[in-house]
Design a protein around this ligand. Structure first.
Ligand code: 3HC
Length: 291
């Protein structure tokens, strides 16, 4: 499909990533449907949009017309059948559970127009795990955004063995239209590019914390002030979600069986306690009003 044929985008999942990906699409001029089965999640996403757009206008980053147009482009749905009916391109951003993603892809394959491309924003599941439940494997790929999706420029497009060159090209071109700087992976690999690199940094930071070498605050401070990263690994885990870090490590451990791939004791403890970072108000740091 040529990128110019993409008029309506469906984002499935209004959580941490989905609501910002939806808004990025709407701001870029696409008719965007954001669908989530949770009414609470949809309400949160709508509230974010209602405060974000006027905030950008007040900050002089967006004209009032552009904010109005974006708000008009974006619609929220709890019913996937309605949301999917006219989609040209789908970005799935539901919870990182393979069975759930497979079920969503099965439904999307049934409900979306035949020409629609189905992309997954998964942080680690390669799209060949999902393509096989559809009758359009050539139109399935990974399109991985970074948190916060409205800000981070990189998008990883992964061309699996089943993905047609045309689909990969459309996903790359769409990312560019969203104002992103996409990179293309020619083969599937666990963790893609960025999370493989980030995992090494995070793993080392957790080792230093778990062995009592330094506090989370000091490790973060060193990474910011010595390496020039915008935030340290602990603040970043709080942003992306400690639940996600847990699932990423568990998935790697399930694949390799290597005990060193298990989540670190600190991550397990925080996961079990429900201290998942910003989204729960507490992780390695405490948060009031999402700050
Ligand atoms: N949502 C939307 N916009 C946000 C935001 C959020 N949660 N947080 C910050 N911003 C915007 C601000 O509005 C501001 O925009 P402006 O400059 O156009 O006005 C801009 O970002 C800078 O914000 P601040 O001045 O408040 O704060 P910082 O300069 O500290 O930037 C940050 C915040 C952009 C989050 C920066 O700290 C950063 O880049 N951190 C690293 C993030 C990162 O590494 N992300 C990748 C994570 S890995 C991942 O997502 C993969 C997944 O699979 C796990």
């Amino acid at each position: 499909m040529d990128v110019n044929q993409i008029k309506r985008i469906l984002v499935v999942g209004a959580g941490n990533m989905g609501h910002q990906i939806s808004l990025a699409c709407a701001l870029a001029g696409f008719k965007t449907n954001c669908c989530d089965s949770s009414k609470t999640q949809l309400k949160k996403a709508e509230a974010f949009v209602q405060s974000y757009l006027p905030g950008r206008v007040a900050k002089g980053k967006l004209t009032e017309e552009a904010a109005k147009a974006a708000a008009k482009n974006l619609r929220f749905y709890s019913n996937l059948e309605e949301a999917a009916a006219e989609a040209d391109f789908v970005i799935e951003a539901v919870t990182e559970k393979l069975d759930l993603k497979r079920e969503v892809f099965k439904q999307l394959d049934r409900l979306c127009p035949k020409h629609a491309i189905l992309a997954t924003n998964s942080s680690f599941f390669v799209s060949s795990l999902l393509a096989r439940v559809t009758e359009r494997p050539g139109q399935v790929c990974n399109m991985h955004f970074f948190n916060p999706a409205l800000v981070m420029k990189c998008v990883e497009v992964v061309q699996g063995p089943h993905t047609s060159a045309e689909t990969a090209a459309a996903a790359m071109a769409l990312a560019k239209k969203l104002g992103k700087v996409p990179v293309l992976l020619h083969k599937e690999i666990y963790g893609f590019l960025v999370n493989r690199i980030l995992a090494r940094i995070t793993e080392e930071a957790l080792f230093l914390l778990d062995t009592g070498v330094a506090s989370a605050e000091d490790i973060d401070s060193a990474v910011v002030n010595a390496l020039g990263h915008p935030m340290g690994p602990f603040r970043l885990m709080d942003l992306t979600g400690i639940d996600l870090s847990y699932h990423i490590s568990m998935e790697r451990y399930r694949r390799t069986g290597d005990p060193k791939d298990k989540p670190s004791p600190t991550v397990v403890e925080k996961y079990v306690k429900g201290e998942w970072g910003r989204k729960t108000g507490r992780g390695f740091y405490r948060y009031d009003d999402d700050k």
